[in-house]
Design a protein around this ligand. Structure first.
Ligand code: NCD
Ligand code: ZN
Ligand code: ZN
Length: 345
């Protein structure tokens, strides 16, 4: 029998970019109307590096939520070599900071202020391990000699494994995984390591980026890999393994910044995210695993309560907007103009 209604505990998005200003006002409602909570990435310009800045940013996000929304932004600090561990710890204790994000300097969009030498932040990471504050990782090396398609796998060997050996008590989320190596490592590294998985990395491989021509709206970092890696990532997401959970990495950029001689990395997938995930879990015969992935595994890893409300999806079809406009600038959503099978009611 085919199923046409899905009732799920309201999900959380464990990896989102809201930006700021007009863009923030435009993109927050799509997430706040579907998800109960989201881990908000701190890679603004300048980055969010203090508890006070995170508090102020959270207020701007709340101000952009639709009336009556109870959306809860969970804030993160951007790890730099000069971050103050006392401020982090105080922000964590006060509920203003949920986690800290590691961007290797130069690895991705707005990462210039990130970490060059991970050893220089060991004292901060040690403090985080003591207070149970998770480290979220953009897991790619920045060594220009390493091929872009190998940067995640090399990061695991060169940086992540040694880090976990040095600080076995630190909770780490390897964000937006794209490789079989990441899947295999996360599945076997113990209960202090988990991973988020995006809709696009479950759906596209590197060939899709060049289908019929170059497709800048499918360019993100880490870049999509070969088909065998996509299959491994997808299998992990639908497996029911609690180490893998939902993180969209929705990362809006205006069209002019994507369709350019040197285009920005990032896919804006927030509008259709839950529908896209549902369609893939269904296609894989794993609809019974969607709630774990979307609503249970994340809170369990973060040590947060599971949401009480529910969300309903119906198989009525839902068409992703062709374009979203912010401050006069168009942004193209993932699957723009396409009709997806599942609608969030
Ligand atoms: C993200 C962005 O645009 O902020 N881009 C991306 O390609 N994923 C940054 C990130 O998550 O690496
Ligand atoms: Zn990233
Ligand atoms: Zn991201």
């Amino acid at each position: 029998m085919t199923q046409d209604t899905l009732n799920l505990i309201r999900p959380d998005d464990w990896h989102i970019h809201f930006r700021d200003g007009d863009m923030l006002k435009t993109v927050v409602p799509a997430t706040a109307s579907v998800f109960r909570r989201a881990i908000v990435m701190p890679n603004l310009v300048p980055p969010v590096t203090t508890a006070a800045a995170a508090r102020a940013y959270r207020q701007r996000i709340l101000d952009a939520c639709p009336p009556g929304s109870n959306f809860q932004p969970l804030m993160t600090a951007y790890l730099t070599e000069t971050l103050d561990p006392d401020d982090l710890a105080a922000g964590h204790a006060a509920g203003d900071l949920t986690a800290v994000k590691l961007y290797p300097a130069g690895a991705t969009t707005n990462s210039d202020a990130g970490v060059r030498d991970i050893r220089k932040v060991d004292a901060t990471l040690k403090r985080m391990a003591e207070i149970g504050m998770p480290l979220l990782v953009h897991g790619e090396v920045t060594d220009p000699a390493i091929d872009i398609f190998d940067r995640e796998a090399v990061f695991i060997e060169r940086v992540l494994k040694p880090l976990m050996d040095r600080l076995p008590d630190l909770k780490i989320v390897l964000e937006h995984i794209t490789t079989r190596q990441a899947v295999d490592y996360v599945a076997t590294a113990g209960d202090h390591l988990a991973a988020t998985i995006t809709p696009h990395h479950m759906e596209i491989n590197r060939t899709d980026i060049f289908r019929g021509g170059i497709r800048p709206h499918l360019y993100c970092l880490p870049i999509a890999k070969r088909e065998e890696h996509r299959q491994a990532v997808r299998a992990a997401a639908v497996s029911g393994n609690p180490r893998f959970f939902l993180g969209t990495d929705s990362a809006p950029h205006p069209v002019h910044a994507k369709e350019a001689a040197c285009g920005c990395a990032g896919i804006y997938n927030a509008p259709g995210a839950l529908s896209v995930y549902a369609g893939m879990f269904e296609a894989d015969g794993a609809l019974d695993k969607l709630e774990g992935f979307a609503s249970l595994n994340g809170p369990k890893f973060y040590g947060l309560p599971v949401n009480e409300e529910k969300v309903t999806l119906r198989k009525t079809g839902w068409t992703v907007p062709d374009v979203v406009t912010t401050g006069g600038d168009p942004i193209l959503p993932y699957h723009a103009g396409e009709t997806l099978p599942w609608a969030v009611v």
